[in-house]
Write a protein that binds this ligand. Structure first.
Ligand SMILES: [Zn+2]
Length: 299
């Protein structure tokens, strides 16, 4: 299972920029082979962590799922306060919580599909903004009301987040603190503290490495990330970590990162874990049991 991925991610408004428009045929052509390959490798579930306003397109996901056999879990929520458009950024905690609950229990618009996870995140700048906190609080309320888990974009500045989750009565076992491993934020993320509080850690930017021909600004040397991950896997925390690639099948409004796909998990990451003497039970725990446990709806 790939627990943090994107069918297509773009900044709000990119759909208005004609330079980046893609035909439906182009989008299918870029995406279907990747998902078919994922399925061939044994991948069955793809969690789309694209929030409201960043290109979430549930009817499209449904057709992709039918064509490829891959289960796609859609999310409600926002990548961060800074990607919430004014309609939402001006909304109250109560409005946002009710909106999330509706998307989880009734459905996302007229698609007939329900959200399986709530996305929240820290805005650019490294500190949680007032709006980020409002979204986290709404997400916590919706998670408590529905039993669906919360997935975060970035795990920097986690103290306010943990306080909000405590105040709203959400167990940190239901929260995956994501992007603890990226090149920009790994150093600033108190990963051990998060585990001590009972949270889960998302090493979910695998493959964004400085070894790529044209690495993005959040890239990290492959060995650094692997060593970081292994410290937790081999240090008694293999039940607390989740791994993913944060890849974009067909990016929206930007070119994406060449040579990086969700299939990095099967083509590079899992063989490398074996090479580093991680046993099959542990690999199954990380890629099957942990995400299944995290995504289970708890009442
Ligand atoms: Zn992501």
């Amino acid at each position: 299972m790939a627990v943090h991925e994107h069918i297509g991610y773009g900044m709000p408004g990119s759909e208005l920029d004609t330079k980046w428009w893609k035909t439906p045929e182009q989008r299918y052509e870029e995406t279907v082979p990747k998902l078919r390959q994922f399925h061939e490798y044994g991948g069955r579930t793809f969690v789309d962590a694209t929030g409201i306003c960043n290109g979430r397109d549930v009817d499209y996901y449904k057709s992709l799922s039918e064509k490829t056999g891959v289960h796609i879990v859609a999310c409600t929520g926002f990548v961060g306060g800074d990607t919430a458009l004014p309609h939402f950024s001006r909304a109250s905690v109560d409005y946002l919580a009710r909106h999330f609950v509706h998307e989880i229990t009734v459905g996302i618009g007229s698609t007939g599909s329900k959200a399986g996870v709530i996305k929240v995140g820290v805005s650019r700048g490294g500190r949680m903004t007032e709006l980020d906190k409002r979204i986290y609080r709404a997400a916590a309320r919706a998670a408590v009301a529905t039993g669906v888990p919360v997935l975060t974009h970035l795990a920097i500045d986690p103290e306010p987040a943990v306080n909000i989750f405590h105040e709203e009565g959400l167990s940190l076992d239901r929260v995956l603190f994501g992007h603890v491993d990226d090149g920009v934020n790994a150093e600033k993320t108190p990963d051990r503290w998060i585990i001590e509080q009972g949270g889960r850690l998302g090493f979910d930017t695998f493959g964004y490495e400085t070894e790529l021909p044209d690495p993005p600004f959040w890239a990290r040397p492959r060995k650094d990330r692997m060593d970081h991950f292994l410290r937790f896997v081999k240090g008694g925390h293999s039940d607390r970590v989740l791994a993913s690639a944060d890849a974009n099948c067909s990016p929206l409004g930007w070119p994406g990162v060449k040579g990086h796909t969700v299939n990095y998990i099967f083509e590079v990451l899992i063989p490398e874990l074996r090479h580093n003497a991680v046993d099959e039970d542990t690999i199954t725990r990380i890629f099957v049991d942990n995400p299944a446990d995290f995504l289970s709806i708890r009442s």
